[in-house]
Design a protein around this ligand. Sequence first.
Ligand SMILES: C[S@@+](CC[C@H](N)C(=O)[O-])C[C@H]1O[C@@H](n2cnc3c(N)ncnc32)[C@H](O)[C@@H]1O
Length: 293
Amino acid sequence: MDLLSSLFDRLGPEILDPEEDIPSQNLGFVDPRSTTLNLDIAGKDYVIHQSPTILNRPGSTTGAVVWKITPLVADWLASSDNPLWKSAVLSSSSSVLELGCGISGLVGLMLAPLVARYTLTDQSYVAKLVEKNITENTPSGNSKPPGTNSQRRKGKPSLARSKPDLQFLPLDWELDEVTPSLTRNDNVKSFDVVIACDCIYNDTLIQPLVQTCADACKLRSTNEVVADKPTVCLVAQQLRDPEIFEAWIKEFSRHFHVWRVPDNALSPGLRSNVGFVVHLGILQDAEATRNRS
Ligand SMILES: C[S@@+](CC[C@H](N)C(=O)[O-])C[C@H]1O[C@@H](n2cnc3c(N)ncnc32)[C@H](O)[C@@H]1O
């Protein structure tokens, strides 16, 4: 894992005991009653349509409204101080997959202009609203990775794309298979980063969620040019039920090497004293595969 050592240096020790003591907090919608949210993230305004009506339908429709952690994660990932940018895990050539994105697509809206491609996924009930939010919040202007000089130099071609590559695809953790087609590009078979925000809340979803994370990270195979740079899985979570969280971290640790992002590498609003945690995982098999080759 030499290529990721600059990331690991920023994270501190790997979690070897998944039963570590973690504080907890209650449910966290941004506002479960409004149909429209005006959010300012990293200096940009987003107007997000959400649906309290769908949230209150019988069945699991938690993604019909925005959850508090998602604007915080989008804001944190927008910063050039973020350890994923600093360690070049994220770069302008990155491919990113988000699981359980909900109706907002906020992390994708913020990150897509800074990376090569971003695929949002969730169950199909979010499709209509997330597509509306993508369309209404996608600027046609140019963006560059954080920390890049935004001045266009005389005689140099612009690196920026005209339109971010951001799209929603349905992906149900319990029903659907993870395939390279999720990148939506025949030349790209895997992702650099897999993101899940506030997806740990139901015991029965833990195993399918972790398996989907593992399957998505396994797409990075040994015959790719980027094979020695394993996919990083980022799981950001508001702490509620400690038993469910502990069950998740135990299951996640069966497949991944796991680090908790230390508070000093998070924005103040995303820290554990406010009730949020961010973990990074690298597939255990990824290391074994590299050691064998
Ligand atoms: C608490 S919401 C978080 C939504 C969004 N990430 C946010 O933070 O605003 C959990 C998300 O997990 C999704 N989810 C639940 N079960 C799922 C499944 N079996 N397959 C895919 N997504 C699922 C829900 O649809 C919902 O969008």
